[in-house]
Design a protein around this ligand. Structure first.
Ligand code: MG
Length: 334
């Protein structure tokens, strides 16, 4: 039996990318046999809170009564409907959490993963005017790396402003906002600000553009929006340097785990990221963090009223609570 509720969380600062701006986010929290999951739907993948609820309402039979049959459950969910990855993620996460709680072990242990205490997450600086972006960086000190949203006119000045505020690593994410010509020019300008890599510079499906861009610039390129599940990875293996995995795109922990194996087989770099999410979604993704190269798990850091307590960045490094499953409790119970 899948229980769920919709909650609205609020952003500390307006979250703005080339996809749009938001001051609040509605997510669906799922509960299955005591396990918690989260769907944080994004409109550019065709999902809303309504489509998530509609999917969940059709998913009861797909789950069955033996949660250890995870492979069957994921296959059954894919038969309920294609896509709907946030809805699928919420169920996959809740079942992983339920299994972890039943066995009284964290999900990372269930997956054979050893956590470390030195995994740094980036902190995202949203699109705004350069002064505001500089102030946002100054207001959130202590991170080992900042991820700066770009992809709009004037974005070179934005990166320059953030660089004035910090000496540490900076990544940029254009969220598909540049043409090939813009990407080549802007990245060459931004290189002098000591950038670690550039995420999703071009349109998701501009495979030819990625190929050309990669031959023209020195910075590594990470694909995000166009890579949802393991099936998408071969399309990008020769045209970018790495991929950004998110549970809300993959449909959950199980598929994300497979994606890590596939990407490694192609010798690609791996980033794990999130949407604007509560500590439920972020803590689930953090279970896989020790396996990847770059961590961008700050969704719960960007909201002011997260009802949950779980994996959270402390001094810029992920801190894993000593609790089973994905390690999340409601704040009132913490
Ligand atoms: Mg991205």
């Amino acid at each position: 039996m899948i229980n769920f509720k919709t909650i609205k969380v609020h952003l500390i600062d307006t979250f703005r990318t080339t996809h749009g701006a938001a001051d609040e986010k509605e997510v669906v929290i799922v509960k299955i046999a005591g396990g918690l999951g989260e769907a944080s739907p994004v409109s550019y993948y065709g999902e809303t809170v309504e489509t998530v609820i509609s999917f969940i309402n059709r998913a009861d039979n797909a789950i069955g009564d033996d949660f250890f049959k995870l492979e069957d459950i994921c296959n059954n969910l894919n038969k309920v409907a294609a896509y709907n990855s946030a809805a699928k993620a919420s169920i996959d996460i809740a079942i992983h959490d339920a299994i972890g709680k039943k066995l009284n072990i964290p999900v990372y242990k269930l997956l054979g993963i050893t956590p470390r205490d030195n995994i740094p997450t980036s902190f995202t600086i949203s699109l705004s005017d350069p002064d505001t972006m500089k102030k946002q960086t100054e207001d959130n000190p202590g991170y080992q790396v900042y991820k700066v949203k770009v992809g709009v006119p004037g974005d070179i000045d934005m990166v320059a402003a953030v660089r004035e505020a910090t000496d540490t690593r900076i990544r940029v994410d254009a969220n598909a906002g540049w043409t090939l010509k813009e990407a080549i020019q802007k990245i060459k300008h931004m290189e002098k600000y000591n950038i670690e890599f550039v995420e999703q510079p071009l349109h998701w499906k501009d495979y030819e553009g990625f190929k050309i861009l990669r031959s023209k610039i020195d910075l590594p390129i990470i694909a995000d929006e166009g890579v949802m599940t393991a099936e998408d990875i071969p399309l990008f293996k020769d045209i970018v340097d790495g991929i950004n995995i998110k549970l809300q795109k993959s449909g959950g922990i199980r598929e994300a785990f497979k994606m890590i194996a596939v990407a490694r087989a192609f010798k690609m770099k791996i980033m794990i990221g999130c949407m604007v999410e509560t500590s439920v979604g972020v803590s689930a993704a953090a279970q896989l963090a020790p396996l990847v190269d770059y961590i961008d798990l700050d969704g719960n850091l960007l909201i002011s009223d997260d009802p949950y307590d779980g994996v959270k960045a402390v001094n810029g490094y992920l801190k894993y609570p000593d609790r089973p499953g994905i390690g999340v409790v409601e704040k009132d119970d913490a």
